[in-house]
Design a protein around this ligand. Structure first.
Ligand code: MN
Length: 249
């Protein structure tokens, strides 16, 4: 159980459902938000698939990754992604970690960088960081961020940006609000699909054959998107309610 406000808990449950319905998470992946009543903890579900999360599944976790739950439930092995980013980034209010598939190729190809091709994804920037787990965990590792040390290395890769790829694994998206983090994770996956298609059409011209947003366009569109995020959120919320109505939870 958590002492956080019920509206925040409900939004976090909805965030889990939206991310599933919009194709960002599946059996794995998770979303967290800072506790609204205390500054030393954040909220994350116990170890269940996002589509099945209910309010009872939301747990409190501190910035060392320790789960505080009277019932002794566990959360995700990769909760350190969240705890270390919150520790490093006071400006971050919510974090999404996903394995959304269209993103993955951009973390493993050497000459192609994930960059904004459309006006919903300016937050991606033009030098998307790629977290290389081998730099911390060595050549033989399980690819998962299962310790504070690995979480810290990921947070260092993310730096001051809002999005980082995790090579051969997925991505992490952060924002100043839960709704914006969910929207960004959705838009990042969309951008990856569009960029892949644009690069395919550009053929031999490669990256030079694609007309990306400019820095100014990225910043300008991002500023607008942040002010209207309630609209897609409300739509995605209603859509998820219908889509998951028959799911036993
Ligand atoms: Mn993962």
């Amino acid at each position: 159980m958590t002492t956080a406000g019920s509206a925040l808990i409900d939004d976090l449950v909805v965030a889990n459902h939206i991310l599933y319905v919009e194709g960002v998470v599946d059996g794995f992946g998770h979303v967290s938000v800072r506790h609204d009543g205390r500054d030393d903890r954040f909220l994350l579900a116990c170890g269940v698939a996002p589509a099945t999360v209910t309010a009872d599944d939301i747990l409190e976790i501190d910035f060392d990754g320790v789960v505080h739950d009277d019932a002794g439930r566990r959360s995700y092995l990769e909760r350190f992604i969240h705890s270390e980013i919150y520790k490093a980034r006071p400006d971050v209010v919510a974090v999404v970690h996903s394995h959304s598939p269209a993103i993955i190729p951009f973390g493993v190809t050497k000459r192609i960088t994930l960059k904004p091709v459309c006006h919903m994804s300016g937050f991606l920037g033009f030098a998307t960081p790629i977290f290389e787990i081998r730099d911390t965990a060595g050549e033989d590792n399980n690819m998962l961020v299962t310790s504070a040390k690995l979480g810290r290395a990921l947070a260092e890769s993310l730096g001051k940006t809002d999005f980082a790829l995790m090579r051969g694994h997925g991505s992490v998206t952060v924002a100043k609000s839960l709704k914006l983090a969910v929207a960004r994770a959705t838009w990042a996956e969309m951008n990856a699909k569009l960029q892949t298609e644009a690069l395919r059409m550009a053929g031999a011209d490669g990256d030079a054959g694609v007309n990306y947003l400019t820095l100014g366009e990225a910043a300008g569109s991002m500023a607008i998107n942040e002010t209207v995020v309630d609209r897609p959120w409300d739509f995605w919320k209603a859509k998820a309610r219908v889509a998951l109505a028959g799911l036993a939870r």
